[in-house]
Write a protein that binds this ligand. Sequence first.
Ligand SMILES: [Mg+2]
Length: 330
Amino acid sequence: MPESLAGLGEAELIRRIAHFAPAGQLSDDTACLTPDPRPLLLNTDVLVDGVHFSDITTPAVDVGWRAVAANLSDLAASGAEHIDGITVALVAPGNTPWTWVEGVYQGITAALNQFGGSVLGGDCSSGQQRLLSITALGRLGRLRLHRSDAQPGDALVTSGPHGLSRLGLALLQNDPSLNHSALSETLQQRSIERHQRPIPRFDALQTLLQCKPTELPWRVGGTDSSDGLLAAVQALCSSSNCGAILQEEHLPRHRDWPKGNRWRDWCLAGGEDFELVLSLPADWASAWLQILPDSCHIGTMTNNPGKITWEETQLPLKTVGYDHYKSITT
Ligand SMILES: [Mg+2]
């Protein structure tokens, strides 16, 4: 029988979890951060069993990685250039094996080792459903990106292809409607990797900061595409009181991405892509597009509030992103 959390008890569970934090970090009820003149950015994300992960598609180590990556992606899309660390709240039933929790913390540690920061604190509780809530703390650099900073006439760009995570999920679920022979080996591998191990795009943020034309002010509208590409564009439009024209021809697709409506919809609304979606002056955008591999110019912001249309047909886009309280409509 594997060791369960009920068998370990709370004190032993915390003692084991403490090995994944710096020595002594979890011995008090509070964490203390070293003073830093840069503004503090923070955000919280929750992962729920059956909603964001399942044992079929996500090994424990990837649950931990994804939880950290999702949080850090929001920090990257806000302009964070340094990560202080995270707090972790874990809820799990008493019969949860310790090896699952250990795997989650191994994934958390792997992501923090790659992107920076450490486990600063947290809490655990028994509960009926496994749940992981992470709060990430980081420091703002030279540019604060806001969703409300897009302007009509801006270029709309993104740091990479979309839909891969959704395809990765379908592959992991052995979706019978997928025709594997139409999907290259590279595309399948990349999609599963993107689903299980998403990457917050701090590299794309750094590139953006480096290539700013000197005459332009520090202004970029931005968000990440954690809820899908179209949801990101909609968020920029509604916060900035703008509209957008997208070019179907230039949707950010992997080079082996198949053609067809389903593939277009997964690209637009598959979700969990964690790329940067930015609205910025054309000169800055083209400098970024030239030096960031796989980045893509997808459209233009307009002064037509709330209207998102295709350039080719001038028809409105109907697909919406993932909403936790609604089913997807296409
Ligand atoms: Mg997000």
